[in-house]
Write a protein that binds this ligand. Structure first.
Ligand SMILES: *Cc1c(COP(=O)(O)O)cnc(C)c1O
Length: 390
């Protein structure tokens, strides 16, 4: 047996473990201090009532001789795929065929598994900083990674690579920077991919947070995108499915990859559970829509409060609009972890050090609108009182 040596090339990912360790150590030394958790990347609302009711009903069906469901289609039940097309694409002028939609157990799995469609010798372009899954899964696959720097100078919008990139991961609205692309900006990437015969893997996990009308909800709103883009969606952030697990991926036939992905999924994935797909279906009902919308509006307002508060205190802060994340430059040129320690020690605030998302995140921290509203307000007060300013 020969082990995959690519695993030795992976960067250490101690970010979330280290955050927990340092916060726990602080609490151990100061048991009476209340920590404010502002870095959370998971949703805070429980699943809404229409979703829970749909699941209860599905559970009962599973117990009835007439209504029991065994193995379903690997790519998902057609009623769910139809609803996805009708709700998420048709209203934006996008037409998709039913077999171009693949229901999954979340965006994370698909983002990793899509690597199997391509040879190791493809060069991958990935934003720096970025969500760790793109870099790590590319390295596991033995690929060369080309970092696309995202800085305040380019407003966290990557420039087209000078070297050829075969596979391009794009995530907008972005985690961690909160940056978005306009239609015009995303069209440049689509045009690049068409010209270079590259493939774009577009992560639309935060699509539900978009408010501005010139920000596309789907890459397929752009001309020619069906030839060159796979789009990955998740119910995690939009409907609170982080623990339930459901997402979907669009693989248009024009990419020449749809049959391969179908084969891959049919071989290695036996489908998302019937109960979970019923839960996903409930997000499209009028009551489901309404419940989701209320939560998203709440997160948006929390983002606004955090953003306004930090700006009033003169912090250089990005994102927080069209996105639940705020990307904040550390004061006085501090390193990400230095500022993390300072906020923890002086204000009992826990944030996410930007360097955990790649070298390009050094000198920044991420705040999240999934945090408790009261904690956000209290955090702004504490920062002001302690005079931690730029
Ligand atoms: C949270 C998140 C996802 C969603 O992943 P799931 O596996 O569906 O929970 C995808 N991409 C990014 C950038 C995320 O932050």
């Amino acid at each position: 047996m020969n082990k995959n040596p690519n695993f030795n090339q992976l960067p250490d990912r101690y970010l979330f473990k280290e955050i927990v360790l340092r916060s726990q150590e602080y609490s151990r030394q100061h048991p009476s201090h209340r920590l404010l958790h502002l870095g959370i990347g998971d949703v805070s609302f429980p699943l809404s009532k229409p979703i829970i009711e749909a699941m209860h009903k599905a559970v009962d069906e599973m117990g009835g001789a007439e209504t029991f469901r065994g193995y379903g289609p690997e790519e998902g039940y057609s009623w769910l795929r139809q609803a996805i097309i009708a709700n998420d694409f048709n209203p934006r002028g996008i037409d998709l065929e039913l077999d171009e939609v693949f229901v999954s157990d979340g965006a994370g799995s698909d983002l990793g598994n899509l690597n199997e469609l391509f040879l190791p010798n493809n060069r991958v372009a990935i934003c720096d900083p970025s969500y760790p899954a793109y870099v790590d899964s590319s390295i596991m696959a033995g690929r060369e990674v080309l970092q696309l720097p995202c800085t305040p100078q380019n407003k966290f919008i990557p420039e087209l690579p000078r070297e050829r990139a075969d596979i391009i991961f794009l995530c907008f609205p972005n985690n961690p920077t909160g940056a978005v692309l306009t239609r015009q900006q995303l069209q440049q990437w689509v045009d690049y991919a068409i010209k270079q015969k590259s493939i774009i893997i577009f992560d639309a996990a935060y699509e539900c947070f978009i408010e501005d009308s010139d920000v596309p909800h789907s890459i397929y709103e752009l001309k020619g995108a069906k030839q060159v883009a796979i789009e990955v969606h998740s119910f995690s952030k939009s409907a609170g499915f982080t623990g339930l697990r459901c997402g979907y991926t669009i693989v248009p036939k024009e990419t020449g990859l749809q049959a391969m992905w179908l084969r891959r999924q049919s071989t290695k994935y036996n489908g998302t559970s019937y109960i979970t797909q019923r839960a996903a279906m409930a997000t499209f009902s009028p009551e489901g829509r309404k419940a989701l919308n209320e939560n998203i509006c709440y997160y948006r307002e929390t983002a606004r409060i955090l953003s306004d508060g930090l700006k009033t205190l003169d912090f250089e802060v990005y994102g927080g609009k069209n996105s639940p994340y705020l990307w904040c430059r550390t004061p006085k040129g501090m390193k990400s972890w230095e500022f993390f320690d300072l906020l923890l020690a002086e204000c009992q605030i826990v944030c996410t050090p930007g360097v955990g998302f790649g070298e390009g995140g050094e000198g920044f921290v991420r705040f999240s609108a999934f945090s408790k509203r009261e904690d956000c307000k209290e955090a702004i007060k504490r920062i002001q009182q302690k005079k931690i300013e730029k």
